[in-house]
Design a protein around this ligand. Structure first.
Ligand code: PEP
Ligand code: MG
Length: 315
């Protein structure tokens, strides 16, 4: 069985018939970047920059940010590094961005929404990312968290362009953004689906609450349909769509995501070998067949069971 073997990843993700699927790393602490590269990650699909900001009364200086960002870029020379701008609020509170108390912080001023209230924090961050990018060879892509509208997308892309950052994309974490992926991707260079939040907001189930864990499942067919809608928008605009939520680290679900049209999967580096191995054993047409099967199921349990039954290598 797949899990019983000790595996490594050789740094090139692909299906059994050679269709390339970029397998990337999620990085939080900049100290984790070099080990992620050593684990074979083809690049970074999600650099969570909150690390530099958490547990602080004030936002870090531009110089401090440049040093932290350079460390991640330096670990991936010539490779893609997707830097996510600050995702403050909700489960990631930050005193310097706090506004009035909110009854429902997950539905409040979080992620990119904080930029409307305090544009300087985003402007300084984009300045720091551009300065770090200027001294490193990594291909720097920038993306915003918690985007819900086309207007927000346009504002973010314009802010990135003004800072000399031409590759600007958005996370798809809110059902509205998944449904509007086509119009959003008319402006954004790429999309990356955050399945943790997309599941939370689709199912109306707090991602941190054990009592609703059964609902908080990315195998829920409603979530898979929104992934499919996002991929359709990407295909319409000829823009790449990736996944950087925990779903990408589940090998059977990774097969489904590729079958739905996702071109990159970003995950905790220790998940890379198992995801790579199952993809390498599955032809693209089979990924597509299993994806259609999963999307047509009416429960998460049925979707999971149907796909696992169709992947003999997992049995
Ligand atoms: C997500 O929501 O899936 C995601 C990758 O972002 P985070 O987990 O940092 O909210
Ligand atoms: Mg998120």
């Amino acid at each position: 069985a797949l899990a019983a073997q000790v595996r490594t990843f050789d740094g090139h993700g692909h299906t059994a018939d050679g269709h390339h699927v970029e397998l990337l790393a999620n990085v939080g602490d900049p100290a984790d970047a070099a080990p992620a590269a050593a684990a074979g990650a083809e690049g970074v699909g999600l650099f969570r920059t909150e690390f530099a900001f958490l547990d602080r009364e004030e936002a870090p200086s531009i110089a401090e940010q440049v040093a932290a960002y350079r460390r991640v870029l330096a670990a991936f020379p010539g490779r893609k590094v997707v830097v996510r701008t600050l995702d403050a609020g909700a489960d990631k509170p930050m005193p310097f961005l706090a506004g009035d108390p909110e009854a429902n912080p997950a539905l409040g001023v979080r992620g990119l929404r904080t930029a409307a209230r305090q544009p300087d924090v985003l402007a300084d961050q984009l300045t720091a990312i551009a300065q770090a990018a200027a001294t490193e060879t990594a291909q720097v892509w920038v993306m915003a968290p918690m985007v819900s509208t086309v207007d927000e997308t346009q504002d973010f892309v314009a802010a990135c362009a003004a800072h000399g950052l031409p590759v600007a994309g958005v996370m798809i974490e809110v059902p509205s953004a998944a449904l509007l992926a086509g119009p959003i991707l008319a402006h954004a260079a790429f999309a990356s689906i955050g399945t943790n939040d997309l599941t939370q907001y689709t199912m109306a189930a707090d991602r941190l609450l054990g009592a609703v864990a059964e609902l908080s499942d990315p195998w829920q067919p409603a979530v898979l349909q929104l992934v499919a809608a996002t991929c359709a928008g990407g295909a319409q605009q000829d823009r790449p769509v990736g996944v950087c939520g925990e779903a990408a680290a589940d090998p059977a679900l990774a097969v489904v995501l590729v079958g739905l049209g996702v071109s990159s999967l970003s995950m905790t580096p220790r998940a890379l070998p198992d995801v790579a191995a199952l993809l390498a054993a599955t032809p693209l047409a089979e990924c597509r067949r299993l994806a259609q099967l999963a999307v047509s199921c009416s429960t998460a349990a049925d979707a999971r069971a149907a796909v696992r039954a169709g992947l003999p290598v997992l049995a």
